[in-house]
Design a protein around this ligand. Structure first.
Ligand code: OAD
Length: 226
């Protein structure tokens, strides 16, 4: 079966990584406008690097959980496109090949001057020089608010072609990802939401499974792999 899966911060919550909008989420302590826009980076690159250096250190310490590992198993049996909004690498370390990181990756650095990428060091600094063009305009390779998410053409195609679309641990508050379920359903897919609580777009899903991802996802995958 052709399955498109969209994951959000909730799938990594039980690995110890903070989500954005839950109680004690990252956006409680930090204003989006201070750390997650291109303007914020121009204004205060030190603060923005500090925020993502902390995220990178947290992600390096975290381990994939049963939900990440179950999705890797699903890909052994089905034609799975795994799209994540997450910037950690827990899907890869959980065994999933070919993860589409639509919001970028903490593991990657990007030169704002020449557009080239390289593996990010654990700690990035605003005065780091681009290894390609030598300019001190190196930034985390993260898609900020106001920027276009990556791989969108490939993503829309896989959402459109899917027979089953699943959203796991995402609040449905950030577009374009929040619009995938509606698009998948209009294109003929069955849609299922797996989340601790109903998302902002839960009306777009045919089925709702409520609970922690580490329990729900292995169970859902087992049902699809009988
Ligand atoms: P949010 O923080 O908005 O939502 C997390 C979702 O995970 C919520 O719906 C929770 O109910 C759910 N959740 C929490 N713990 C869970 C668990 N153990 N099992 C299952 N579900 C759980 O995170 P995202 O939807 O990923 O973008 O946020 C989308 C984007 O907004 C992020 O990629 C980021 C953020 O601003 C950028 O920074 C560009």
């Amino acid at each position: 079966m052709r399955i498109a899966v969209l994951t959000g911060a909730g799938i990594s919550a039980e690995s110890g990584l903070r989500t954005f909008r839950d109680t004690e989420g990252l956006w409680e302590d930090h204003r989006v406008d201070d750390v997650a826009t291109p303007e914020a980076f121009q204004r205060d690159p030190v603060l923005v690097h500090r925020f993502y250096n902390m995220r990178r250190a947290d992600a390096a310490r975290a381990q994939p959980n049963a939900a990440h590992r179950a999705l890797a198993k699903l890909a052994l049996r089905h034609d799975v496109t795994l799209i994540t909004q997450n910037v950690d690498d827990l899907h890869e370390r959980g065994g999933s090949p070919d993860v589409i990181h639509m919001h970028g990756s903490l593991l990657c650095a990007l030169c704002a001057a020449c557009g080239r990428r390289w593996p990010a060091p654990l700690t990035m600094r605003s005065l780091d020089l681009c290894p390609h063009c030598g300019k001190a305009q190196t930034r985390p390779d993260i898609v900020w608010f106001g920027e276009t998410p990556y791989h969108m053409e490939e993503i829309w195609q896989s959402v459109e072609a899917a027979e089953l679309f699943a959203a796991i641990g995402t609040s449905g508050q950030v577009y374009p990802a929040a619009g995938f379920a509606q698009h998948a359903r209009r294109s003929g897919a069955k849609t299922v939401e797996l989340n601790l609580s109903a998302s902002a777009v839960s009306r777009d899903f045919d089925e709702h499974r409520i609970g922690p991802a580490s329990q729900l996802v292995p169970q859902w995958v087992a049902e699809l792999c009988v």
